[in-house]
Write a protein that binds this ligand. Structure first.
Ligand SMILES: [Zn+2]
Length: 589
C-alpha cells in the first residue's frame, strides 16, 4: 500500500463500530461500504467485520487510544478524483500557509511553470516548493506535510518560526517575493504572472500641475466600506447624477455635517443652502430630511443630495419629472427648474429643458423624436407643452414639467446608470470603484512648483497589460489605536467576468490600447477564507479544479467537493484570486 495518511478521530467509547467506520471513511472523503476495520494489537492487525457494527467500542475492548486502519480502492479514487486534490497537514497554526499554497496550487499557468523548472536550480525555497507541488500533483497522497518548505521559509523570514496565526495575504505576498528574489532575474514567473502596474496621478489644485507615477503591484487591497465612508447619490441641476463617496470621521453625527463634508470634498463652489437631502426610493422622493437629523436614522442607500438652482425672489421652483413614455414610471430622480412667479412661458424654461434633453441624449444617443414634453397645472391636469404655441403664451399656475422618453431609450439610460453607480450588480465593483475613485490629499501634498503644501486631487488607474493573476484582498482586519476589529461584511463577488476595463488608463479619446476586450476580464479561481476573530481564527481555501471544473474546499489535510457554486461567496472571503479569461489552460500530466 503506497498510501499512508494519518488522521485523528475523537470517538466516545460508547459509540458503535458502525459509527467509527462511517467517521473514518468520511474523514478521507470515501464511502463507508462494508469493509472491515483493522485494529493494531501489539504486533498485528485484528480484523473487525461489519457484522459487529452494532457493538460499542467498549464491548469490543477498544482502548482509549488505539490505532485503526481502513481499506479503500486506490483505482476507484484515481478515476473519481482529479490529481492535485491534496490536503496539507497543519503544523500548528499554519492554516494561513496551507490556505495560500492551495490558492496557488490551483493556478494552472503558475504550477506548469514551477514544474518545468530545472531540478538543479540553486534556490532552496523554489526547489522545496517544486517538490511539494510535484507531490501534491502526483495523485498519490490525500494529504502531505509541508514542513521542509516551511523550514526554508523560516530561514529567510524568522517571524514565521513562531507557529502563531499569521495573516494569509501577507504570507502570500512574502512567499511570492521570496520566489522572485531566488531567481535573481528581473523577469521571473512571478513578475510575468502576478505583477501589474498602477498609475497614480496627483494634480495640485493650486497650480494645476499633474504628477504621474507608475508603481508595480501584486495585489489590490480593497478597503471595506465602513463608517468612515458614505456613498450618496448626487443629483445635479443639469441632469447629471452620480454616486459620490464622502470621507467622514467619527465626529460626524448630523446630516448637516455630512453635507458640509460633501461640499468641501466634491463641490466647493456650492453653499449648504443649495443642497437638499432627500430620501429616494425607486426614483421617487419619499421624504425631505431636516439637516439636524442624525445620520443614524438614515439609510445610506436611500440618501440623495439634490442640487437646488439659484433663484431670485421673483422666481419659484417647479419640479421636472422624467417618465417612461409607455409605463408612466419615473426612470430617474426629478430635478428642480426655476421660472417666474407669474406669467411663465416656455421661453423661460427652454434653456433649462434643452440642457436636460442634451444630457439624456448624450447618455443614450436617443433622437429628438424619443421625447415628449408636458406641463402640469395646480389641479394636476396635464397639458402637452408645445414649443411653438407656448413660446410666449402664459402657462397659468404651472406646477411641474414632465419629460417622457420612449421605453427603448429608457432601458439604455438605466443600464448606463447601473454601470455608473455600480450599486446593485456586485458589491466588489463598489469596492473597486472606491479604490480607484478620485480623492483629495488635503494638506498632505507638497507641490514642487508652488513650493508649499497644497490641496491635490489624486486618482489611480490600472496600466495595460493587466496582470494575468489578479489577487484582491478584502481588508477585513482593522488595526488602529482605538480598536482592533474584524469586519464581517458580506461582499458579493462575481465568479465569472469580473471586468476591470473601467479602471484602466485611457488615451485622450477614452480608448484603451487593447483591442481584445477579454483581456480586462477575469474568472475566479480561488478564495482564501478566514473564520473566527482577529486573534483566533482559521483559514481555509475554496478553489476550482482545472481538470473537472468543480469547486473544492481545502481545509488543512481535508479536501471536500462543494455542493454548489453558491457556497463560494461568503462573509469569510478574505483573498480572491482571479485569472485572466484568456489564460486558463489545461494541464496535461
Ligand atoms: Zn502646485
Amino acid at each position: 500500500m503506497d498510501r499512508t495518511d494519518y488522521i485523528y478521530l475523537n470517538i466516545n467509547s460508547l459509540s458503535t463500530l458502525g459509527k467509527l467506520r462511517k467517521q473514518a471513511y468520511e474523514k478521507f472523503n470515501k464511502l463507508a461500504k462494508n469493509q472491515p476495520i483493522y485494529r493494531w494489537n501489539k504486533d498485528s492487525w485484528m480484523q473487525f467485520e461489519s457484522e459487529l457494527d452494532e457493538k460499542t467500542l467498549d464491548d469490543l475492548d477498544f482502548e482509549s487510544s488505539t490505532f485503526i486502519s481502513i481499506d479503500y480502492d486506490d483505482k476507484e479514487i484515481n478515476s473519481k478524483h482529479p490529481s492535485s486534490l491534496c490536503g496539507l497537514v497543519n503544523l500548528g497554526s499554519t492554516c494561513f500557509m496551507n490556505s495560500v499554497f492551495q490558492c496557488l496550487n490551483n493556478i494552472p499557468e503558475f504550477i506548469i511553470k514551477i514544474l518545468e523548472l530545472n531540478d538543479e536550480i540553486n534556490a532552496p525555497i523554489i526547489s522545496e516548493y517544486k517538490k511539494l507541488v510535484k507531490k501534491m500533483w502526483s495523485g498519490k497522497y490525500n494529504a502531505i506535510n509541508p514542513s521542509s518548505l516551511l523550514d526554508n521559509i523560516q530561514d529567510n523570514l524568522p517571524h514565521y518560526s513562531s507557529y502563531r496565526q499569521q495573516d494569509a495575504q501577507e504570507f502570500m505576498n512574502h512567499f511570492l517575493h521570496l520566489i522572485h528574489a531566488e531567481f535573481s532575474m528581473k523577469t521571473t514567473v512571478i513578475t510575468e504572472l502576478f505583477y501589474g502596474q498602477l498609475q497614480s496621478t496627483v494634480k495640485c489644485l493650486g497650480c494645476q500641475q499633474t504628477e504621474i507615477t507608475n508603481e508595480p503591484f501584486t495585489f489590490l487591497p480593497l478597503s471595506m466600506m465602513n463608517s468612515n465612508q458614505k456613498s450618496v447619490l448626487y443629483v445635479k441641476t443639469d441632469g447629471e447624477q452620480r454616486l459620490v463617496s464622502i470621507k467622514v470621521n467619527s465626529s460626524i453625527f448630523f446630516l448637516k455635517d455630512l453635507i458640509d463634508c460633501f461640499i468641501k470634498q466634491h463641490e466647493p463652489t456650492l453653499t449648504s443652502e443649495r443642497i437638499r437631502a432627500v430620501q429616494l426610493v425607486d426614483n421617487v422622493i419619499t421624504d425631505l430630511y431636516e439637516t439636524r437629523q442624525s445620520l443614524r436614522n438614515i439609510r445610506e442607500e436611500e440618501l440623495a443630495f439634490v442640487e437646488h438652482p439659484e433663484k431670485t425672489d421673483n422666481e419659484k421652483y417647479i419640479k421636472c419629472q422624467f417618465v417612461d413614455h409607455s409605463t408612466n414610471e419615473l426612470f430617474r430622480p426629478s430635478i428642480l427648474l426655476i421660472c417666474p412667479n407669474q406669467n411663465c412661458s416656455y421661453l423661460h424654461l427652454s434653456e433649462q429643458i434643452d440642457q436636460l434633453l442634451g444630457h439624456l441624449c448624450s447618455m443614450t444617443n436617443a433622437p429628438a423624436s424619443a421625447f415628449q414634453l408636458f406641463w402640469r397645472d395646480r389641479q394636476e391636469k396635464i397639458f402637452k407643452l408645445n414649443v411653438e404655441t407656448n413660446r410666449n403664451e402664459n402657462l397659468p399656475y404651472i406646477s411641474a414639467i414632465r419629460i417622457t422618453m420612449a421605453t427603448k431609450w429608457v432601458d439604455i439610460y438605466r443600464k448606463h446608470c447601473i454601470i455608473n453607480h455600480s450599486t446593485d450588480n456586485s458589491m466588489l465593483a463598489k469596492l473597486l470603484t472606491n479604490f480607484f475613485r478620485e480623492d483629495y490629499l488635503d494638506g498632505d501634498y507638497h507641490c514642487l512648483k508652488c513650493s508649499k503644501r497644497t490641496v491635490a486631487q489624486h486618482k489611480s488607474y490600472l496600466c495595460l497589460p493587466l496582470p494575468h493573476v489578479l489577487i484582491i484582498q478584502l481588508k477585513r482586519f482593522i488595526y488602529d489605536t482605538n480598536s482592533n476589529e474584524k469586519i464581517d461584511t458580506y461582499i458579493r463577488f462575481p465568479l465569472y467576468e469580473l471586468d476591470l476595463n473601467e479602471y484602466t488608463v485611457k488615451d485622450d479619446n477614452n480608448n484603451n490600447k487593447l483591442e481584445n476586450s477579454s483581456s480586462t476580464k477575469y474568472d475566479l479561481i480561488a478564495v482564501a477564507n478566514h473564520t473566527g476573530s482577529l486573534l483566533s481564527g482559521h483559514y481555509t481555501t475554496y478553489a476550482k479544479n482545472n481538470e473537472d471544473k468543480n469547486w473544492y474546499l481545502f481545509d488543512d489535510q481535508y479536501v471536500r467537493k462543494l455542493n454548489s457554486d453558491k457556497d463560494i461567496v461568503t462573509k469569510n472571503a478574505y483573498i480572491l484570486v482571479y485569472v485572466q479569461k484568456n489564460l486558463i489552460i489545461k494541464y496535461n500530466k
